[in-house]
Ligand binder design. Sequence first.
Ligand SMILES: Nc1ncnc2c1ncn2[C@@H]1O[C@H](COP(=O)(O)OP(=O)(O)O)[C@@H](O)[C@H]1O
Ligand SMILES: [Mg+2]
Length: 318
Amino acid sequence: MQYMIETRELVKTFGKFTAVDGLSITVPPGAIYGFVGPNGAGKTTTMRILTTLTRPTSGTATIGGHDIGAERRKVRRMIGYMPDEFGVYDDLRVWEYLDFFAACYDIARDERRRLIADLLELVELSHRREDMVNELSKGLKQRLSLARTLAHDPQVLILDEPASGLDPRARIEIRELMVELAKMGKTIFFSTHILADVENICTHIGIIEGGKMIMQGDMAEMKARLTPHRVIVVTVKDQAVAEQVRGVVGGIVGVLDVDIIEPKGGRSRVQIQFNGDDDGVALINQKLNQADILIYSFSEEVRDLEALFMGVTQGIVT
Ligand SMILES: Nc1ncnc2c1ncn2[C@@H]1O[C@H](COP(=O)(O)OP(=O)(O)O)[C@@H](O)[C@H]1O
Ligand SMILES: [Mg+2]
């Protein structure tokens, strides 16, 4: 088993509306995977499919190698799911709440007492043991909810917006808890619409919008791809001049890659991947002039991927 969570071409439609649109996700064991997308992107729907609460319209998914359709019981045993809504629990004390869910997993009474003490300690709620659940702040409720997902010691945690609606401090606490749980060997798949939530703790990120994966990869890959770098396009007479351009700009600091594209009609276009600032762009221009290269046009292009990401992040960054 290469991936702890793997989906292939997952689709979910509601009537004519497609909420999840051919989603392929790969989450290696031990990863903290940030599932990022604006509201309405399809995160909750995807998570409900993974937790066997909703069936996909088409496509497949496995958790720990078990198929979510054919092996639902095994899948459910493997996962702890924290939904985006806490729900209403009147008249329950903190420990009773955990006791209730532990009992649902057929954990014996004696064992439950110990387990609850351990869980409360882990999420630092021991001192609130006797308090009523409804009196807890949102941040403490989230911690309690997280404790609940751990009752049957699942290998995989699927957390739907665990940090949403929390104040900055509570948000950091939830993040620290996730790191702690990953250290315990759990694989964590969590959703967020806030890009800042994924920056420091994730090992992997997937960005979705409109039910489609825009990009996913490990942190290093994603950072490299999201580094704001520009593409400069230089048009020259022919291939020979294009090679001259390559020779001149190839050595400039910040130039990542130089490609020669030959469009129809003879002229050559040189595409320069550059991660410098405006002065750097001016320097490239200047060097080409100094080398007496005849430039037909010199312009900057926005990459498609970046354009897409900008569109998505406008919805994400708050
Ligand atoms: N049961 C449903 N019936 C109809 N549309 C739904 C249903 N559940 C979700 N949707 C729609 O699917 C889209 C994705 O929703 P959701 O998965 O909740 O997104 P996210 O969690 O990323 O905010 C939204 O446009 C939502 O309105
Ligand atoms: Mg949601």
